[in-house]
Write a protein that binds this ligand. Sequence first.
Ligand code: FES
Ligand code: FES
Length: 227
Amino acid sequence: MSEPSDPLPPPLPEGDPLDELVLFEDLETRRQFLKKVAGTSLAVTLGPHLIALASTPTPGGSEAPSAATKMMSVQLKINGRDYHLQIDPRTSLLDLLRENLHLTGSKKGCDHGQCGACTVLINGRRVNSCLTLAVMHEGEEITTIEGLAQGEQLHPVQEAFLEHDGFQCGYCTPGQICSAVACLKEGHAKDDAQIREWMSGNLCRCGAYPNIVDAIKQARDKMGGGA
Ligand code: FES
Ligand code: FES
């Protein structure tokens, strides 16, 4: 008699049938499976911050100190001022600005790189500060909304936003202004369509877009086409 072409899987081990489950061709008890699921759900619920507080097992089986305890020394230049800081290396630039240095002009809208409320300038380029780690920017020039004015003299973009009512609630405005400064410097403000395109990473829930465009055009003309 010929062998069947598709042999049957090996029989389940004996015991309580509800206590056993075949998963991905490996044999695992139902209890082990449920423990794993429960652990995964807990991890999702607690989030990365709390999970990171737990110690990390090493290949040798010993417990390594968690990343939360390993502070890093970093030197940052923000708005022309040098800061020597000891920070958790996982700190976003936005959290460093707001929580550590109390520079709360940069706003946390989404914390996911989608709204632009946290926009700052790094070496003149716009960056979503919620998406970058502070420790990555040693030796770079970081400019926030607090650093645009010269003493009492507002930046031309700030003045133009005031004159054109380029905001309503104002939550997106620091990011809009920082972004507009870079947009002008890039030469991406030739007409309304170009301004709208190159400012599209900065969302305004109040819908102040027409006034924002007018403000940027005024600043462009006042500054002779760029920053
Ligand atoms: Fe950074 Fe929204 S808070 S993009
Ligand atoms: Fe309110 Fe832009 S002014 S979100």
